[in-house]
Design a protein around this ligand. Structure first.
Ligand code: PAF
Length: 272
């Protein structure tokens, strides 16, 4: 495995890889959920590049950019163990050499809904950096977790609308045995908060159980779980699989909530 910092080093390392190239974009603090992305990339592509970059433009001023975990040695060990070929760990100046970009990707109407309603600048920051990662790595395939389902839908939409020519692969969420979706931000939770956070996945699972009875039953079942919980969600919404309005067929139940000072998101798929 080669670890590179600059775009020139990345271009050189990339040139040594042949066949289908898979990119796993990450912000580091890798866990078993990222492990599943690496495994999916390893089995679908001939060469695997991982980017580790905590992208400042997707954090609002009030958010956790400064304290976002950066355990680089452990991240590199996990990448080596999973058979990654190249890890790109650029600095902020390497990704944004001309300072913060004046031109970026507009995430469109979906970018203002759900997470975007609470974090209005988030998806412009995500899509702009993903477009830059694609431009530098030039992958055939890129792998994103379903845990950030709205991000996955927006990346798919950007790739299609802008003819970026990258195949986007969604990888199912990895959960703790108790149901909590793995997230780098789980490390912020105290033991008591970790217990409270279990109500998010419990609500989603209860909603999914009710899917054969229709959309209203799904929401009622999920809300019933949350009624007895300490956690108050920012949103609990049932949408179509592409995050348009749900009627019937494939659907996603999505939730976001603050647990103590930590904001968590989760979702499950179901068929109505
Ligand atoms: O999901 C993430 O870790 C980030 O949003 C991504 C896609 C690496 C862009 O910074």
């Amino acid at each position: 495995m080669i670890t590179v910092r600059t775009r020139a080093e990345l271009a050189q390392a990339r040139a040594s890889l042949t066949g289908q190239l898979g990119l796993v974009p990450t912000m580091g603090a890798l866990h078993a959920g990222h492990g599943a992305l690496l495994d999916a990339a390893r089995s679908a592509a001939d060469g695997v590049v991982v980017s580790i970059f905590v992208n400042p433009t997707q954090f609002a001023r009030s958010e956790d950019l400064g304290r976002y975990p950066r355990p680089l040695d452990a991240d590199l060990a996990l990448c080596a163990h999973r058979g990654v070929d190249v890890v790109w760990v650029p600095s902020v100046a390497e990704v944004y050499p001309a300072g913060m970009p004046q031109v970026g990707i507009d995430p469109g109407p979906l970018g203002a809904e759900l997470e975007g309603a609470v974090r209005p600048t988030h998806f412009a920051g995500v899509l702009t950096v993903v477009a830059k990662l694609f431009a530098n790595v030039r992958p055939d395939l890129a792998f994103f977790g379903e845990k950030d389902y709205q991000q996955l839908c927006l990346v798919r939409r950007m790739t299609r609308d802008l003819d970026l020519g990258v195949g986007i692969v969604g990888v199912p969420t990895v959960r703790e045995p108790g149901g909590l979706a793995l997230s780098s931000r789980n490390s912020y939770l105290s033991l008591a908060e970790h217990e409270e956070a279990l109500s998010l996945s419990a609500a989603l699972f209860a909603g999914r159980e009710a899917a054969p009875f229709g959309a209203a039953a799904v929401l009622a079942a999920a809300q019933a779980v949350l009624q007895g919980a300490a956690v108050r969600p920012d949103y609990l919404e049932l949408r179509a699989a592409d995050l348009g309005p749900v009627v019937s067929g494939d659907a996603r139940l999505l939730i976001a909530a603050r647990v103590g000072a930590t904001r968590l998101i989760d979702n499950v798929g179901m068929t109505l």
